[in-house]
Design a protein around this ligand. Structure first.
Ligand code: AMP
Length: 284
C-alpha cells in the first residue's frame, strides 16, 4: 500500500490510473478504523482497480465546541488495517494543504441539511460537502462509497453530486453494528462502561420502531412516543432528536406512507452518537 500525503502526488497517481483505464474507488474517512470502515473498503476492493482510502480529520465539519482536538487518531494502526483489506493508496493530506490560509470557498447544500443533525450542527454539512468535493477533485474517483450510518451525510453528498452534475457514482452501504446492536463508531471509544451499556437503548428504540412499522403503524407520533419512552428510561441518555423523515428529502413526516428514515442523536455524557433505520415501504 502506498501512503500519499500531498495533493499533487495524489492527483498524479489518479491521472495515471485514469490514463490506464482503471476504475478508481474512493472511501473517504476520518480514520480510527473499525469494521464499519473496513466493510466499505472491502466493497471498494471488489469494485475498483485502484482503491483509495482517504484519511483526513476535517476541521471544518466540527463546530467550535465539538471534539476536533480529541477525535481519536492512530495512523499506524489505521495504515495496517487499510493495507490488510487491500487498499492501494492511503491518502492522508495535511490540514494546511487542504485549507491553505487563503481558503474561502465552501459548498452549501440547502434543504436536506437543515433537519436532523443540521439543527444542532449548523455548519457541519457545509464542512462535509466542501471536503468531499475537494476529495473528488483530487482523487477523481469513478465510485465513492459512504456508510448509511451517516444517512444525512449520504443524502447530502448525493444531492451535491446531482446538483453540480458531477461524474461520480455515490454508493451507500448498510450500518455495521456491535453484537448488541450499537452502531460502530470511532466515537464509541469515548464511552465509559456505564454509558456503553446505556447506549444499547438507541438501537433498541429503532428496533421497536421497526416492529411498529411492520405491524402497520403509520402515525409518526405513536412511534416517536415509544422510542422516546425507551430512551428516557436510561438516565445516562440525553436525547438530541428523534425524527421520522422522508428517506429522500429528509423532511419530517406525520404519517408514514412512503420510504422513511427514522433517525436519532443522543448524548451519553459528552459523547454524541447518531443512528438510524431506513424503512422501505413494502411492495404491495
Ligand atoms: P468517519 O470516519 O466516521 O467519517 O466514517 C467514514 C465512512 O465510514 C462514512 O461514510 C461513514 O458513514 C462510514 N461508517 C462509519 N461508521 C459506520 C458503520 N458502523 N457502518 C458502516 N459504515 C460506517
Amino acid at each position: 500500500m502506498q501512503v500519499i500525503k500531498t495533493i499533487q502526488a495524489m492527483k498524479e497517481r489518479s491521472s495515471q490510473a485514469r490514463g490506464e483505464g482503471e476504475v478508481i474507488v474512493l472511501v473517504p474517512t476520518m480514520g480510527f478504523f473499525h469494521e464499519g470502515h473496513l466493510s466499505l473498503m472491502r466493497e471498494g476492493r471488489k469494485l475498483g482497480d485502484l482503491l483509495v482510502v482517504s484519511l483526513f480529520v476535517n476541521p471544518t465539519q466540527f463546530g467550535p465546541n465539538e471534539d476536533f482536538k480529541n477525535y481519536p487518531r492512530d495512523f499506524e494502526r489505521d495504515s495496517k488495517m487499510a493495507e490488510a483489506v487491500g487498499t492501494d493508496v492511503l491518502f492522508a493530506p495535511g490540514a494546511d494543504e487542504m485549507y491553505p490560509p487563503d481558503h474561502q470557498t465552501h459548498v452549501r447544500v440547502e434543504k436536506v441539511t437543515r433537519t436532523l443533525c443540521g439543527q444542532s450542527r449548523p455548519t457541519h454539512f457545509q464542512g462535509v460537502a466542501t471536503v468531499v468535493l475537494m476529495l473528488f477533485e483530487i482523487v477523481m474517483p469513478h465510485v465513492a462509497i459512504f456508510g448509511e450510518k451517516d444517512y444525512q451525510q449520504l443524502v447530502t453528498i448525493r444531492q451535491m453530486v446531482r446538483d453540480l452534475h458531477m461524474s461520480v457514482e455515490v454508493m451507500g452501504l448498510p450500518t455495521v453494528r456491535e453484537a448488541d446492536g450499537l452502531a460502530m463508531s470511532s466515537r464509541n471509544t469515548y464511552l465509559l462502561p456505564e454509558e456503553r451499556k446505556a447506549a444499547r437503548s438507541l438501537y433498541r428504540s429503532l428496533q421497536r420502531a421497526k416492529e411498529l412499522l411492520q405491524k402497520g403503524e403509520q402515525r409518526a407520533s405513536r412511534i416517536l412516543d415509544e422510542m422516546n419512552g425507551i430512551l428516557q428510561s436510561e438516565p445516562l441518555v440525553r436525547r438530541d432528536y428523534v425524527q421520522i423523515c422522508d428517506a429522500r428529502t429528509l423532511q419530517e413526516v406525520d404519517r408514514i406512507e412512503g420510504d422513511v428514515v427514522i433517525a436519532l442523536a443522543a448524548y451519553l455524557g459528552k459523547t454524541r452518537l447518531i443512528d438510524n433505520l431506513v424503512y422501505l415501504k413494502p411492495l404491495t
